[in-house]
Ligand binder design. Structure first.
Ligand code: PHE
Length: 419
């Protein structure tokens, strides 16, 4: 008899599962919440302000020149999320320990840039992509496995970029834009891609940086302290990150750069140069409204949402904690199975399991101690799990019960021995 195929259900669809599958029921339960589209959610207010900024900055005969896509499915192929963006097959961002895979060919998008190539292929040249993205990560007040990004592409032809300097060119004479595949487009020069002229690259860089800094000033006021940091992304060159100074620390809020010409050429856009960027909505919203914990974005509590209700989107809002409920801290220590070491144990697997069992009352998980037994050479780990409910006081009895369930799940899943 044919072997039945194991599947994973997401929404009303079944996907074949395989050795890559690591989406958890907990994560799947968040799909479709679309916080960025919910009225009164701070993420939605920030989204509207950003979209308004781009609409008003770029108009052509009174019409916006950007189109906005904010309802694209978060289930994408590895081709969309990685290959189309020139992310190499062995790049660490593809690791199972960092992404939520549906199976070896599909995953929950790890960035909104996953839609860049298909939208370019459909003929668009200026567009915003807004939605939820999924990454496996540690657990604390600024990290949640799902967050929201606004990604954008702005392309220009020679007549747009150099409309007042018609003798300048986008491409170097040695490069034939009509035959892009007959040229190895090098990124060895930190200033530019080898196919582009320095003039075109510099003008694009200037526009990109002005454009983004303008946004940050509209959001945070003109005195906001900022700095540009050189970065590397496989899909842009050169690339930068923008950091703003917030609460005595530099905070990274976006990545950007000049789109690699191979991506444009593969999408059929052979006569343009483009810049792209991706910014995180959670960080902006937390800084703008002084929201202390990222989990609050997911709150359905009226004490939270009412503070953002029916407000002028440009009004200055400062979140007032409804009240702060106490934390409970319980430690968990265990011996790893004989074939495991502290370095081969995948901590993100552990974090996902803790969140699966404990749900949203898990505030933070912290590695407290690691130890190798001098005689048995067995490795042991100790984590502190910090529990806090955002809307009521947890009792120690209740926390102990959940903690016990976590211990059991950890034993069942990782074959460890509780100390
Ligand atoms: N996708 C990048 C990230 O998630 C951000 C980015 C988008 C960088 C577009 C450059 C261009 O970090």
């Amino acid at each position: 008899a044919p072997k039945s195929v194991a599947t994973v259900r997401i929404g009303d669809k079944d996907y074949p599962s395989d050795e890559y599958t690591n989406v958890t029921p907990k994560i799947i339960s968040y799909l479709g919440r679309n916080l960025h589209l919910q009225r009164n959610n701070p993420l939605s207010i920030v989204r509207q302000r950003i979209v308004n900024y781009f609409y008003s900055s770029f108009t052509h005969r009174g019409n916006p020149t950007f189109s906005v896509y904010d309802n694209l499915s978060p289930i994408v192929t590895t081709k969309q999320n990685f290959d189309d963006l020139l992310i190499p097959a062995d790049h660490p961002s593809r690791a199972k320990s960092d992404c939520y895979y549906v199976n070896k060919d599909m995953l929950l998008r790890a960035h909104m840039t996953a839609h860049q190539s298909e939208l370019l292929k459909s003929g668009l040249d200026n567009f915003l992509m807004i939605g939820d993205v999924y990454r496996r990560d540690e657990i604390d007040s600024t990290h949640f496995p799902i967050f929201h990004q606004v990604d954008a592409v702005r392309s220009q032809r020679k007549d747009e970029l150099f409309h007042d300097k018609p003798d300048l060119e986008i491409f170097e004479p040695i490069f034939d834009p009509k035959n892009p595949h007959g040229f190895i487009n090098s990124i060895n020069d930190p200033m530019k891609q080898s196919c582009h002229t320095l003039e075109a690259t510099k003008l694009m860089e200037m526009q990109l940086k002005n454009h983004l800094l303008g946004l940050v000033k509209v959001l945070f006021g003109k005195d906001i302290k900022h700095r540009w940091v050189d970065e590397y992304f496989p899909f842009t060159h050169p690339s930068w990150e923008l950091e703003i100074y917030y609460e005595n620390k530099w905070m990274e809020i976006l990545g950007c750069g000049i789109v690699r010409n191979e991506i444009l050429a593969n999408a059929g856009s052979t006569n343009t140069i483009a810049y792209a960027f991706g910014l995180g909505l959670e960080r902006l919203a937390m800084a703008l409204y002084k929201i202390p914990d990222i989990r609050l974005m997911w709150s359905t509590d009226s004490g939270f949402l009412s503070q953002f209700e029916n407000k002028d989107i440009n009004a200055k809002i400062t979140y007032k904690p409804v009240s702060v409920f106490p934390q409970c801290v319980n430690d968990i220590s265990f011996w790893l199975p004989p074939n495991y070491t502290i370095d081969t144990f995948v901590s993100n697997d552990f974090y996902d399991l803790v969140r699966d069992v404990g749900g949203d009352i898990i505030e933070q998980v912290r590695l407290k101690d690691k130890f190798v037994h001098p005689k048995s050479k067995k490795h042991s780990l100790c984590y502190s799990i910090i529990y806090r409910h955002l809307e009521r006081t947890l009792t120690q009895v209740e926390v102990n019960e959940i903690h016990k369930q976590i211990e059991k799940a950890v034993v069942d899943n990782f074959n460890v021995t509780i100390r």
